[in-house]
Design a protein around this ligand. Structure first.
Ligand code: SF4
Length: 485
C-alpha cells in the first residue's frame, strides 16, 4: 500500500518551491533566519520543486544564493557560504505524488469498498517515490522532464511494473492503448544511462502467465545486471474486484507457476550467477510448497514486495531459538546481539524523508507478562508463525497463541497480514487469550494512529479487554529476547 509512504496528493495544492517543516537549533538554517513554513523557491537561479531538487542543487556547493518566500509573504534573497559538507539543519515537507494515468484491470483502487477512506483511492505513480521508497511505477505516463530528471539526478534504482513485455498483454493489463503501454524506449534510455531497474510482474492467470511470463522473464534477464531483479507476485483480488477478465489464483495455478519458473531460475543461476526472477511468498504458500532457502534470495532485493519475507523471518526466528537454547544450557543470560536482523526497508533510499514514526506505547516496555498473550496475523502467515511460536513455547514455557484473522473488510483472496483492518481485529476479539494482543505494526499508518478501514487505534484499543501492542516481526523477536534475558 503506497499511501503510507506519502502524504495523499488530494490534501495538498502544488505551489512553487519546497516548504520547510523543521529547523534544527543552532544550525546554519537558523543562523540564516530560515523558519518553519518558509518556502525555498530557487537555488542559484534554478527552480526548486521538492526536497530532492534542493538536495541535488545544493550538493557540493559551498557558496550559493537562495530565494525564499517567507511565511509572512516577504521574499528574501539569501547569499551564503558554508563549509564543505556542512548541513543546513533543515527538514522539508513530504513529496506530493503524481497520479497515474492507467486503468489497470487489477488496480487496488477497484478492490476497495465504496466507503473506504479517500486516501485508499489515490493512484500515485511517481518516479521520485520509486527512487526514495521503492514504490513501483509503470513508466507509461512518465514525462520527458521526469525522464531527464531521473538521469540528471541519478534517481537509481527505479522500480518498474512491467507485467509483460508482450505489448498487447501489457496494454490490456494497464487498460491503456499500446502506444502508451510501450515503454521500450524509456527502458533502453534508463539502462543506457546506467539507471538500475528492479522489475515487477503482477501475475494474472490466463493473461500474462505461461509463455508470456517466460518471454517477459527472459527479456528482462537479458538486461541483467542493469535490470537487477524481477518479482513475480500473484494478483490479489478482493470481493469487490468483479471484472470478468480476471481469474483468481488457485493452488494448482501456483504449483504450475513454481514448476515453470524454477526451470528459468536454474538457467539464470547458471548463466547470470543469481536467481534473478523471484516468486512472491504467497505463491509457495498457496501451492503448499516449501519456501526456498536463504541462498535463493541473495540480498533479498524484493523483500518489501513480499518476496523472501517468510524465509527471512523463519531464519531469524530459528536463530532466536538457538540462541535461547544455548543460553538455557550454559546459564548465560540471552542478549540480542546474535539476533538476525531482517533486511528491513531495503528499498527506502537514504535521501528519503521518512514520516515521523509514532513513538512506541510506554506500556509496551518491561511488561513481565508479555509471554502470555495472543498474536494476531493474516491467514496466510499464521500457520508459519504458529509453528515457530510453538517451538518457543516449548522452550520458554511461555503461552503465546497465534490467531489467523480472516480479512472480512476486503474479502476475496486477501489473506496477507498487511491488509488487516480494525473491524477484522474486532471480529476475533473473543478468541484472545492471555494478558495482551499483538497486531502487525504495518497495519497502522506510519505517521498517524489509524487503521486501513479508518478506525482509530485508540478506538480499537478501547474495544479490547487487554492491551493491544503493534509490533513488526523484528520487534517481536527483540522483545522475546529482552524478556528471556
Ligand atoms: S498503475 Fe495501475 S495499479 Fe497502480 S495505481 Fe495506477 S491504475 Fe492502479
Amino acid at each position: 500500500m503506497y499511501e503510507f509512504a506519502v502524504t495523499p496528493a488530494i490534501t495538498q495544492l502544488r505551489r512553487p518551491g519546497v516548504s520547510i517543516s523543521e529547523v534544527a537549533p543552532d544550525s546554519l538554517a537558523e543562523e540564516l533566519g530560515l523558519e518553519v513554513n518558509d518556502r525555498i523557491v530557487r537555488v542559484n537561479g534554478r527552480g526548486v520543486r521538492d526536497y530532492l531538487d534542493f538536495r541535488f542543487q545544493t550538493a557540493g556547493e559551498t557558496e550559493m544564493e537562495l530565494v525564499v518566500k517567507k511565511a509572512n509573504g516577504e521574499t528574501w534573497e539569501v547569499e551564503l557560504e558554508r563549509e564543505e559538507g556542512e548541513d543546513f539543519g533543515l527538514m522539508f515537507e513530504q513529496i506530493v505524488p503524481r497520479q497515474c494515468a492507467n486503468e489497470c484491470l487489477f488496480c487496488f483502487c477497484k478492490g476497495n469498498p465504496e466507503d473506504a477512506r479517500p486516501s485508499l483511492f489515490v493512484r500515485d505513480e511517481d518516479v521520485r517515490l520509486s527512487f526514495l521508497y521503492g514504490n513501483y511505477t509503470t513508466l507509461s505516463s512518465v514525462t520527458e522532464d521526469e525522464m531527464k530528471r531521473i538521469v540528471e539526478q541519478r534517481l537509481s534504482p527505479q522500480y518498474v511494473s512491467i507485467h509483460a513485455t508482450d505489448l498487447k498483454t501489457r496494454a490490456l493489463l494497464l487498460g491503456v492503448d499500446e502506444k502508451r503501454a510501450d515503454i521500450s524506449d524509456k527502458i533502453e534510455r534508463l539502462l543506457a544511462n546506467d539507471i538500475e531497474i528492479h522489475a515487477q510482474v503482477v501475475l494474472c492467470p490466463e493473461i500474462n502467465d505461461g509463455a508470456i511470463l517466460e518471454k517477459t522473464l527472459r527479456d528482462l534477464a537479458a538486461h541483467y545486471p542493469k535490470v537487477v531483479s524481477t518479482a513475480v507476485v500473484p494478483v490479489a483480488l478482493t470481493r469487490y474486484n468483479t471484472d470478468e477478465r480476471l481469474t483468481r489464483v488457485t493452488p494448482e495455478f501456483c504449483r504450475r507457476t513454481i514448476k515453470q519458473v524454477e526451470k528459468l531460475q536454474k538457467e539464470f543461476r547458471k548463466n547470470l550467477g543469481v536467481t534473478f526472477a523471484f516468486l512472491g511468498d504467497e505463491i509457495y504458500i498457496k501451492a503448499g510448497e516449501n519456501i526456498p532457502s536463504r541462498q535463493h534470495y541473495g540480498n533479498y532485493p524484493q523483500i518489501e514486495d513480499g518476496v523472501g519475507m517468510i524465509r527471512s523471518f523463519t531464519n531469524s526466528f530459528e536463530s532466536l531459538i538457538k540462541k535461547l537454547q544455548k543460553a538455557a544450557t550454559s546459564a548465560v543470560p540471552a542478549d540480542n546481539s546474535a539476533a538476525v536482523v531482517s533486511p528491513k526497508n531495503v528499498r527506502t533510499h537514504q535521501s528519503a524523508i521518512v514520516p515521523n514514526e509514532r513513538k512506541p506505547d510506554k506500556n509496551q516496555n518491561g511488561n513481565p507478562e508479555l509471554l502470555y498473550g495472543t498474536i494476531l496475523t493474516g491467514e496466510m502467515f499464521a500457520p508459519i508463525l504458529r509453528g515457530q511460536i510453538e517451538k518457543l513455547n516449548a522452550l520458554l514455557d511461555s503461552k503465546l497463541h497465534v490467531i489467523a484473522v480472516p480479512n472480512t473488510y476486503f474479502g476475496g483472496d486477501v489473506a496477507v497480514a498487511g491488509l488487516l483492518t480494525g473491524q477484522d481485529y474486532v471480529a476475533v476479539k473473543d478468541q484472545i487469550v492471555g494478558n495482551f494482543a499483538i497486531i502487525p505494526k504495518h497495519t497502522i499508518k506510519s505517521d498517524e494512529p489509524i487503521l486501513l478501514d479508518g478506525m482509530k487505534l485508540d478506538d480499537l484499543k478501547a474495544r479490547f479487554n487487554v492491551p493491544i501492542y503493534d509490533m513488526d516481526l523484528q520487534d517481536l523477536i527483540d522483545k522475546i529476547l529482552a524478556l528471556a534475558a
